[in-house]
Design a protein around this ligand. Structure first.
Ligand SMILES: [Mg+2]
Length: 275
């Protein structure tokens, strides 16, 4: 039987959008851990934040951070060679994105060009970031340690396509997440997932991959999995930027939907993907 790998977004999917709790997903997460099925976070969170979250979640494998700009793998996780990585302590890091200084400079240029106020992490105070994200203390500090991906808010009238086009002229792209827009180099959760899943295939042969997300910035990685699921947002709707045919819609909000999707899969109730 081929090995199963689960790729999951964090905010609004495995974690509750407001409280960041994964309590409602815990029964299903526990089942996966006990069956030794890898659960790989694919998130806009930073490497520093995810290092803390992996401990909370009892996960010991790789994760994809900063919207696909970075991949972090425990150095003893794969026996196959991880090409192009650097070793930092007991992990291997793959950087796919541009440096944060260059990204922040470009954000300033785009704001001037479009005549809108784009406020990135680089020019927001810690208090302001805390009031938007609800993060405090160590978690807030970890979220600010960005290497490649600049989250930003927009004040002013500018449509998403215009914003993306201004970023595109600079070799960058804009993703829309739960709370922020994100300015990144042309890396995304899908490209990073493809690289990581190739390592799983080299290690284990044929694999079957489940993906779970809730927002537009998950679409790229939901396209590279075998069974994509989308969970409901806090108001019970699905992100309209994820087309209906792109992922199975699960009737559950955030981590509750996550639990329902995994339990359905493990019970063999997912059509075409029976256990
Ligand atoms: Mg999300």
């Amino acid at each position: 039987m081929s090995r199963i790998v689960v790729l999951t977004d964090m905010d609004g999917t495995l974690l509750d959008h407001d409280s960041y709790s994964f309590r409602r997903a815990l029964p299903a997460l526990d089942l996966l851990i006990r069956r030794n099925i890898p659960v790989v976070p694919v998130t806009s969170k930073t490497s520093a934040e995810m290092t803390r979250w992996m401990k909370h979640l009892y996960l010991k494998g790789p994760f994809i951070c900063e919207n696909g700009c970075g991949i972090v793998i425990p150095s003893d996780y794969f026996s196959v060679e991880v090409k192009g990585c650097r070793k930092e302590g007991d992990v291997l890091k793959l950087s796919l994105g541009s440096g944060i200084t260059q990204i922040r400079e470009a954000l300033g240029e785009i704001a001037l060009e479009l005549g809108v106020n784009l406020r990135g992490y680089g020019n927001m105070s810690s208090d302001e970031i805390s009031s938007v994200t609800g993060l405090k203390g160590e978690e807030l500090i970890s979220s600010i340690q960005r290497e490649h991906d600049e989250p930003f808010l927009m004040d002013g009238d500018c449509d998403f396509d215009t914003l993306r086009s201004a970023a595109g002229k600079r070799g960058l792209t804009v993703l829309r997440g739960d709370r922020f827009y994100h300015l990144v180099n042309h890396c995304d959760k899908g490209k990073a997932s493809t690289i990581l899943l190739d390592l799983y295939r080299q290690e284990y042969g044929k694999i079957r991959v489940i993906g779970l997300g809730d927002s537009h910035n998950d679409l790229d990685f939901l396209k590279v999995v075998d069974i994509p699921f989308v969970v409901q947002r806090p108001d019970g709707t699905y992100d309209p930027l994820i087309p209906e045919e792109a992922a199975q819609r699960i009737p559950g909000i955030g981590p509750n939907g996550w639990r329902i999707a995994i339990e359905r899969f493990l019970a063999g109730e997912v059509k075409g993907f029976e256990q």
